[in-house]
Design a protein around this ligand. Structure first.
Ligand code: AHR
Length: 513
């Protein structure tokens, strides 16, 4: 036994001094912040085949459906337990008039969706359908209100229509449309990208407009509204500072931020979702790490105005944005999804988790068939993407307590440029189980990890992982899945240390008991 211990110590010493290793320190004794489950939220816009065809096939469709909602999509989203869903846009929100989407579907006026492919939609999916979908998915609705072409009255009426209990023209209208009880919608976005498609406003003008509109987004009965202002794109802290200076703090519970992962930030050369080599892999993962900087810079500004962190930072649009798949409509933003996207999702989850004192919600763009989706559909078929599996793998962090972590990571270098190879976040759930999520961006080199847990010596550890043979492996219709969750048993425990070899191009979730 003594000899065995000496061998273990030598082994441990050897690993601790090996050069290609990443050291991680997790403090299990300091735990104050909760990782809101809303960080794992979603965004579905009237865009391409996200709502129509993706989520909503209509009650008379031959595609199996529950009251018009694609059955397989509902099952997939329930499997990952989406906590919230943002709707109806996006840019679409600021041309959408909610009153056109209620009442008898045959009598609803159509809408020209000129932002996305110039298609005419029949408005068969409206407020009732969206809120019924949220009930089916057991998730919180997040409504994005129209500031660009709407009025304060539209907003006042919409809030009253979905949230009020008493007798009013709006609650009576709701009842005539088949729903007596209010839905109690908490999350309200007041305008979307108002610095662009939402009205090309400047920050000061919008801040004043926000005060005006948000006044009419009032609380009814027990429903306390979380009013969310349209925040910056990425690191535009001037926008953030101007809003925080001019918005009445009593009307502001959340500030949104958008940041898309576009290689080199070059929107004209986004590249293919699946046809790429190591250069594009590196550039995409480098671009996604910029999320860290965007959150940190905006958080610093928010800390100045709101040191108690009462205002949430809500990353309500994020994800990979590539060229559309060849042969598909340019305005529909349909893209495939590969192992690279699972890495991007996981890196972002780690970034959000570690900043959960300020980041209280995030919404990936967009749930089905648009941008970095968790599901793709073709006819009646549905494919779960690698991003779907990243969501599934990270589920244990939802509503768990963040454990602060520090990392000394090896670099992943390509063509003379470097990024940290490994990212991490850790949490403890109500049962005391610790979860540690790791990503290895390096597509060729595995990483020797020494993970030290201050104040905890696990008895056993289990692992689950996402990886694949090829960096561009993806799940395709009619084929066996190339990317999903596999078990991982390469870890060893030495007292309060976990040692493991993190495979190249992988995402790993460890569960320590
Ligand atoms: O998600 C696609 C679009 O990206 C949204 O409509 C808009 O808000 C953003 O520019």
């Amino acid at each position: 036994m003594k000899g065995f211990r000496i061998i273990l110590l030598l082994l441990l010493g050897g690993i601790l001094t090996a050069s290609a290793q990443t050291k991680i320190f997790i403090d299990t004794e300091v735990a104050t912040q909760t990782i809101s489950r809303h960080i794992y939220g979603h965004f579905s816009e009237h865009l391409g085949r996200c709502i129509y065809d993706g989520l909503w096939v209509g009650k008379n469709s031959t595609i199996p459906n529950i009251n018009g909602f694609r059955q397989e999509a509902v099952a997939a989203l329930l499997e990952i337990g989406i906590p919230n869903l943002r709707w109806p846009g996006g840019c679409f929100a600021d041309i959408y008039h909610w009153q056109d989407g209620i009442g008898d579907p045959k009598k609803r006026p159509p809408i020209l969706n000129y932002h996305w492919g110039n298609v005419t939609e029949d408005n068969s999916f409206g407020t009732h359908e969206f809120l019924e979908l949220c009930e089916l998915l057991k998730c919180e609705p997040y409504l994005a209100a129209n500031v660009g072409t709407g009025t304060p009255r539209d907003l006042k009426d919409w809030v009253q229509y979905v949230n009020a209990k008493g007798t009013s023209p709006m609650t009576q209208l709701r009842a005539r449309n088949g729903r007596t009880a209010p839905w109690a919608v908490k999350y309200w976005g007041i305008g979307n990208e108002v610095w662009g498609c939402g009205g090309n406003m400047d920050a000061e003008y919008y801040a004043r407009l926000y005060n005006h509109y948000a006044t009419f987004c009032r609380d009814y009965d027990d429903t306390r509204c979380v009013r969310i202002a349209c925040g910056p794109y990425g690191s535009d802290t001037t926008w953030t500072a101007t809003l925080l200076k001019h918005i009445n703090p009593g009307l502001l519970q959340g500030l949104s931020m958008h940041y898309y992962t576009v290689a080199r930030g070059d929107w004209n050369k986004k590249g293919s979702a699946t046809n790429f080599g190591e250069e594009e892999w590196f550039e995409q993962l480098s671009a996604t790490l910029k999320m860290e900087e965007a959150i940190d810079q905006n958080s610093r500004v928010m800390d100045r105005f709101d040191p108690e962190k009462k205002i949430a930072l809500i990353v309500d649009e994020w994800g990979d944005w590539y060229d559309v798949e060849p042969g598909t409509e340019g305005g529909f933003l349909y893209q495939q999804n590969s192992l690279r996207d699972a890495l991007v999702a996981a890196i972002n989850f780690n970034i959000f988790n570690n900043r959960c004192d300020r980041v209280k919600m995030a919404n990936i763009a967009q749930t089905v068939n648009v941008l970095q989706s968790v599901a793709l559909t073709r006819g009646s078929e549905l494919v779960r993407t690698p991003t779907f599996y990243a969501f599934k793998l990270f589920r244990p962090h939802s509503d768990a307590t963040l454990l602060p972590s520090r990392i000394e990571a090896e670099l992943y270098t390509f063509n003379g440029k470097s990024i940290p190879a490994v990212t991490v976040s850790a949490s403890r759930n109500k049962e005391g189980v610790i979860h540690i999520s790791l990503t290895n961006a390096d597509p060729k080199t595995s990483q020797e990890i020494v993970c030290e847990l201050k104040g905890f010596s696990p008895e056993y550890v289990e692992g689950k992982m996402i990886t694949a043979e090829a960096i561009n492996a993806f799940n395709d219709f009619g084929k066996a899945e190339a990317v999903n969750i596999q078990s991982f048993d390469g870890e060893r425990i030495f007292g309060n240390k976990i040692l493991l070899t993190l495979p190249a191009k992988s995402v790993l979730m460890l569960e320590a008991h």
